[in-house]
Structure formats: structure tokens, C-alpha cells
Design a protein around this ligand. Structure first.
Ligand SMILES: NC(=O)C1=CN([C@@H]2O[C@H](COP(=O)(O)OP(=O)(O)OC[C@H]3O[C@@H](n4cnc5c(N)ncnc54)[C@H](O)[C@@H]3O)[C@@H](O)[C@H]2O)C=CC1
Ligand SMILES: O=C([O-])CC(=O)C(=O)O
Length: 312
């Protein structure tokens, strides 16, 4: 027996996929196989080689390859799916649903075939519905099919709070529940700076403005970029979740998880607090919500269901 590096497949070698591959390498979380469509095979190989050539400078050991051949993801331990189209100014994430559902189905079939024991993290939008498509297509157990939204949404919230208070981002811990849309539910009541409830530090009108900016955080970047959506913070968020699983850290992080009764919902993927460790989503943490918070979460879940209904 000998020890081997983990194998991590990143499907979709666009802005989020390539950035994720770079961060995975830098953190030495494993060897990375970057996959895109055959038409983009050379650019994909080029991105992988470019990242590899950064490794002597940055001082990390990880093999990074680019490919369009799914055989190269054979027996991957983890698969991160970023394949799909991104929105442009004026579009909502939900406008991507039909195109990305087709892509997600095709990708998921290949993942089930070549990496049947992998842990999957889905990024492609609309991500709650796309994680559901991936779950249904792969037939993997629910703990191994996970979506990313809450780490990013919370990161945005924490950024805005740290700017408001002029304190370190490291001391801010926000909390965002629900679907990855403008109805997401930043839970101020469970958010702190240095252990102090935010409601004691920031006036209510400023907190409301931070909640609103968080909800529209993706759109703010889309409007600024003009031709695509955020990728540095999304990639960092994916890598934090990947690290929690690959290192069995048992971190409490928000994940898009399959719900079977938790928070009163059935057969839906939605953002909730989870324990992420060596077996993926090891636990969903259920919190007491006030009537106002629960009705905000219901609204967010309804928005996700509307998108899922387009696909059924
Ligand atoms: N859940 C979240 O928090 C976030 C989700 N996103 C979503 O992630 C997705 C990717 O965003 P970007 O990387 O910025 O887009 P991008 O357009 O830069 O990259 C997407 C890549 O997917 C590839 N692709 C398409 N079909 C494929 C297939 N069948 N197999 C393999 N690769 C395929 C494309 O060729 C392209 O290179 C979008 O749907 C975007 O909305 C982005 C940021 C945050
Ligand atoms: O806004 C988008 O389309 C991409 C995304 O999900 C985000 O950055 O939160």
C-alpha cells in the first residue's frame, strides 16, 4: 500500500473552473483534472499547463491536466461542477435553467459512469435546481451531492459588515439560509462580529441595507463585469467546501442540501447549515426560526420550486 494524492475533477474550465483549479493546486488539496468540451480542449490544456507552471513559483506540488475526455476523471475522489452558461446583465440566474439543465444532465451521467464514488459539489446556476438535477441523474446518496451558495452569500455579507464596522473580516460571522436568488435569507439574528450580535453594533436601517446588498450581490458583480458573473469569491467558496470534505474538517458551513423534512420541506435542494466532513454532508443543523424568518424562507423555497417546475 502507498499513499496517493487525491484526484479532483473540475468540470467546466471557464472563469470559475479555472480559478478553482488554481486554488485547489495552491492549497495542495490534490491533483486536478480540468474538463471542458472538445471544441475547447486546447484552451483547457493551456489553462492547466499555465497553472502547473505557477507551481514552482508558488511552491506547491499538484499535477494539473486539461482534457475533454471524461475517461481522465476515472475514480476521482471529488468532482466540482462549474459547467454551463453564466448570466449577463439584465438576466436572472433562473433564465439559465433550460440550457444548464441539459449540460448538468450530460455531465452528471459522465460523473456517475467514471467517478461513481466521488463527492460532488455543484456551482452551475440556477444552483439549487441544478444540484437537484445532478442528484437525480447520478443517483448518488444525498450526502455526496452538494451545492454551493451559502458560503459565497455569507462571504458577501461578511465583507459588507466588515466595511461597515471597519473591522477585520476574520471577526465577522454571518449566516445565510435559503435558495441562491434574490429571496435568500441572511439571518441577522444569528450573525456576529467578535462574538457580539450585529444588532448591537449596527443600526437597523444599515443592517437592512447590508441584507439587501447581499441578496443582490451576484447581480452587482454581473452589472460591473458586463459580460459574465463573479468567479474569484465563488471559486474560493468551492475550495473551502472541498477542503472541509477532503480534510474531514467537520466544518459548519452552509450547503445546498437535499431536504427530507428538515425545516418543513420535502424533496428539494436548499441552502441550510450543515456539517461538512469526510462523508460530505454529515449533518443538517436545524435552527429555530421566528415566524418572519420562516415565512422569508418559505418564499425562497417557493422560488426554487418554481424553477424546478420548469424542468418537470
Ligand atoms: N452557485 C454560485 O454561487 C455561482 C454559480 N455560478 C455559475 O457557474 C457557472 C459557470 O460560471 P463561469 O465559470 O463564470 O462561466 P464560464 O462561461 O466562464 O465557464 C463555463 C464553462 O463551462 C463549459 N461547459 C459548457 N458545457 C459543458 C459540458 N457539457 N462539459 C464541460 N464543460 C462545459 C463552457 O465551455 C465554459 O468553459 C454558471 O452557470 C454561473 O452562473 C457562478 C458563480 C457563483
Ligand atoms: O450572479 C450570478 O449569476 C453568479 C452567482 O450566482 C453569484 O455570483 O452569486
Amino acid at each position: 500500500m502507498s499513499f496517493k494524492r487525491r484526484k479532483i475533477a473540475v468540470i467546466g474550465a471557464g472563469f470559475t473552473g479555472a480559478t478553482t483549479a488554481f486554488l485547489l493546486g495552491q492549497k495542495e488539496l490534490g491533483d486536478v483534472v480540468l474538463v471542458d468540451i472538445p471544441n475547447l480542449e486546447n484552451p483547457t490544456k493551456g489553462k492547466a499547463l499555465d497553472i502547473l507552471e505557477a507551481s514552482p513559483v508558488q511552491g506547491f506540488d499538484a499535477n494539473i491536466i486539461g482534457t475533454s475526455n471524461y475517461e481522465d476523471i476515472q475514480d476521482a475522489d471529488m468532482v466540482i461542477i462549474t459547467a454551463g452558461i453564466a448570466r449577463k446583465p439584465g438576466m436572472s440566474r433562473d433564465d439559465l435553467v433550460n440550457t444548464n439543465a441539459g449540460i448538468m444532465k450530460a455531465v452528471s451521467e459522465n460523473v456517475a459512469k467514471y467517478a461513481p464514488n466521488s463527492y460532488i459539489i455543484v456551482l452551475s446556476n440556477p444552483v439549487d435546481a441544478m444540484t437537484y438535477v445532478c442528484y437525480k441523474t447520478t443517483g448518488f446518496p444525498k450526502n455526496r451531492v452538494i451545492g454551493q451558495s451559502g458560503v459565497l452569500d455569507t462571504a458577501r455579507f461578511n465583507t459588507f459588515v466588515s466595511q461597515e464596522l471597519n473591522v477585520s473580516v476574520e471577526d465577522v460571522s454571518g449566516f445565510v439560509l435559503g435558495g441562491h436568488g434574490d429571496d435568500m435569507v441572511p439571518l441577522v439574528r444569528y450573525s456576529y462580529a467578535g462574538g457580539i450580535p450585529l444588532e448591537k453594533l449596527i443600526p437597523q436601517d444599515r443592517l437592512n441595507a447590508i441584507v439587501e446588498r447581499t441578496r443582490k450581490g451576484g447581480g452587482e458583480i454581473v452589472a460591473l463585469l458586463g459580460n459574465g458573473s463573479a468567479y474569484y469569491a465563488p471559486a474560493a467558496s468551492l475550495v473551502q467546501m472541498a477542503e472541509a470534505i477532503l480534510k474531514d474538517k467537520k466544518r459548519i458551513l452552509p450547503s445546498i442540501a437535499y431536504l427530507e423534512g428538515e425545516y418543513g420541506y420535502q424533496d428539494i435542494y436548499l441552502g441550510v447549515p450543515t456539517v461538512l466532513g469526510g462523508d460530505g454532508i454529515e449533518k443538517i443543523i436545524e435552527l429555530e426560526l421566528t415566524a418572519v424568518e420562516k415565512s422569508a424562507l418559505d418564499k425562497s423555497a417557493d422560488s426554487v420550486r418554481k424553477v424546478m417546475a420548469i424542468l418537470s
